[in-house]
Design a protein around this ligand. Structure first.
Ligand SMILES: Nc1ncnc2c1ncn2[C@@H]1O[C@H](COP(=O)(O)OP(=O)(O)OP(=O)(O)O)[C@@H](O)[C@H]1O
Ligand SMILES: [Mg+2]
Length: 436
C-alpha cells in the first residue's frame, strides 16, 4: 500500500492509483468497497492514460445516463492519482473504465500533442473497401483542400485525419484537434478564434490565440463538426472563405494558412435540411468527401484487426495470447459491430486481460459474450460491453421514441414531455433517424 498515504486511506472519495502506462496499482478502501473489487483483482488492469498529462489538476465531468461523474487527475511519484466523485453508488468498474476512456476522447480539445501520431501504415485492414478509402485519402492528402470525413462512431475517422496530415506537405506543421461537441458553446468562440486582452471579463490579460491560429501552417481537425454552434458556423465559414481569423475583441485580422479536416458521424445533409447546419458551410466543407465504411461492411478486416490488437495488448500486458477459440472466432465474424473498430479493440483488450493461457476466449467473460452473441446475432445485451457513448445514445433514442408514441407523433407535445426545445427534438430525431 505504499502509494496510498494514510490520509487517503481515510479519504471519503474513491481513489485509484495508476502507473504512467495505465496499469492500476492500488486503491483506497472506499474505492475497493464502492467497486466491489480487491486490490489483488484490480492490480494490473489497464486504462487509457495517453491524455492524462493534459488533464492533471482539474476536475473533469461527464454526464452518463443523467448521473454526473467527476474525476480529478493528479500526478505523484510518477503515478497518476484519480479521485472519483460519484453520486451513483451502482456504477461498476467497467463503467468507470469506459467513463475514463470517454473522458480521454471528450477532452481532446485540450491539445494532446501538436503532432499527428498515426500514418496510413497504422490503419489496419485488407478489405477492398478499406484499401480504396486509404488510396483516396492518400491522394487527397497531397493537396491543401478541405476534407470531410464521415462514418459511424469508431470507424477510424480520427485515425484517417491524422494519417492525411502526416502524408501531406504540412506534416512538419501542427495538427490541432478540436472536438466541437466537447467545448461548451459559450467558450467555443474564444477557444477556436482566440481573444484579445480584456475581450470579456475573465479573459487573460495577454489575450490568447485560438485553435485556428495554433494550427498555422498545419492542419485543424474539427471533430464532430455537426455540433458546431450556429454562431460559430458563420464565423468558421468566414475563416474558410477569407483565410483570415479575427480574435474576439480584436480590431484586426490575421492571415491564416491552415488545412481543415472535419469529421462527423451524423448525416450533415439531413441537418442542413432540418435547418440545423448552414448550407453554405456544408458546401465549403464538402470539397472532398471521405466516407469510412462500417466494420460490418468489411468483415475481411476483422481478423487482421484482432491480430493487431492481440499484439498490442500482449505487449502491454506481457502476455502471449496467440490463438482464438473457434466459437469466439465465429462470433467475432458474425457480430454486427455497432461500435466498429473501437468495440473490437475493447473486446480484444478484455479477452487478453482475462485470458489465462494462450487462447483468446479461454475464460468465462469472453465465453459469456460468445454464447450470448451467437444466440442474439452476436449483439451483447450486457450494457457494460458497450461504450458509454452508445449506452447514452440508445437510452436517448428510446426516450424520444417513447415520448413520440405517447404523444401520438405530436412533436411539440413530445418535446414538452422530454423537457427539451422543439428544435432540439428535431435535431435528435434526425440524428437517430427517427421518423414519425
Ligand atoms: N483500421 C484501423 N486500424 C487500427 N486501429 C483502428 C482502425 N480504425 C480505428 N482504429 C482504432 O479504433 C479506435 C476508434 O477510432 P477513431 O477514434 O479514429 O474513431 P472515430 O471514427 O473518430 O470515432 P468517433 O466518431 O466515435 O469519434 C481508435 O482507438 C483507433 O485507433
Ligand atoms: Mg472521433
Amino acid at each position: 500500500m505504499k502509494d496510498i498515504t494514510l490520509m487517503e486511506q481515510s479519504h471519503q472519495n474513491p481513489i485509484l492509483i495508476v502507473t504512467e502506462h495505465g496499469r492500476m496499482v492500488t486503491a483506497n478502501p472506499i474505492f475497493t468497497q464502492r467497486f466491489a473489487i480487491t486490490i489483488q483483482e484490480l492490480k494490473g488492469q489497464l486504462i487509457e492514460v495517453s491524455n492524462f498529462p493534459y488533464l492533471i489538476g482539474k476536475l473533469h465531468c461527464l454526464t452518463i445516463l443523467s448521473v454526473l461523474c467527476i474525476v480529478k487527475v493528479n500526478k505523484e511519484n510518477g503515478h497518476y492519482r484519480l479521485t472519483i466523485f460519484l453520486k451513483a453508488d451502482e456504477i461498476s468498474l467497467p463503467v468507470l473504465k469506459q467513463f475514463l476512456s470517454l473522458l480521454q476522447e471528450k477532452e481532446q480539445y485540450t491539445p494532446k500533442t501538436h503532432t499527428a501520431n498515426y500514418e496510413f501504415a497504422h490503419i489496419i485492414g485488407e478489405s477492398q473497401k478499406l484499401l480504396e478509402v486509404k488510396e483516396l485519402a492518400a491522394r487527397i492528402a497531397v493537396s491543401s483542400s478541405t476534407v470531410l470525413i464521415t462514418g459511424e462512431s469508431g470507424t477510424g475517422k480520427e485515425l484517417f485525419a491524422q494519417a492525411i496530415h502526416h502524408a501531406s506537405p504540412r506534416r512538419k506543421g501542427p495538427f490541432i484537434a478540436v472536438n466541437c461537441a466537447a467545448i461548451p458553446s459559450e467558450l467555443f468562440e474564444s477557444e477556436v478564434f482566440g481573444y484579445e486582452e480584456g475581450a470579456f471579463s475573465g479573459a487573460k490579460k495577454t489575450g490568447k490565440p485560438g485553435k485556428i491560429e495554433l494550427a498555422q501552417n498545419g492542419t485543424l481537425f474539427l471533430d464532430e463538426i455537426s455540433e458546431l454552434p450556429k454562431a460559430a458556423q458563420g464565423k468558421l465559414l468566414r475563416v474558410l472563405q477569407e483565410r483570415e481569423v479575427e480574435r474576439l475583441g480584436s480590431i484586426g485580422k490575421k492571415r491564416v494558412d491552415i488545412r481543415i479536416i472535419a469529421a462527423t458521424n451524423r448525416d450533415l445533409f439531413e441537418l442542413v435540411s432540418a435547418g440545423e447546419f448552414r448550407q453554405d458551410l456544408y458546401y465549403r466543407l464538402f470539397v472532398f468527401d471521405l466516407p469510412i465504411p462500417p466494420l460490418r461492411d468489411r468483415k475481411e478486416d476483422i481478423l487482421p484487426l484482432v491480430h493487431y490488437f492481440l499484439d498490442k495488448y500482449n505487449q502491454q500486458l506481457n502476455k502471449n495470447v496467440n490463438q482464438i477459440h473457434p466459437h469466439l472466432l465465429k462470433c467475432l465474424m458474425e457480430h454486427e459491430w455497432p461500435g466498429n473498430i473501437r468495440e473490437l479493440k475493447a473486446v480484444v483488450e478484455r479477452g487478453v486481460t482475462l485470458s489465462l493461457g494462450e487462447e483468446l476466449g479461454d475464460n468465462a467473460m469472453v465465453k459469456r459474450i460468445a454464447t450470448q452473441t451467437s444466440q442474439t446475432q452476436c449483439l451483447p445485451s450486457n450494457n457494460t460491453s458497450k461504450t458509454l457513448e452508445e449506452i447514452v445514445k440508445e437510452t436517448e433514442k428510446k426516450a424520444i421514441v417513447e415520448a413520440l408514441e405517447k404523444s401520438d407523433g405530436d412533436k411539440t407535445m413530445a418535446a414538452v414531455k422530454l423537457n427539451i426545445h422543439l428544435a432540439s427534438l428535431y435535431r435528435k430525431m434526425a440524428k437517430y433517424q427517427i421518423k414519425t
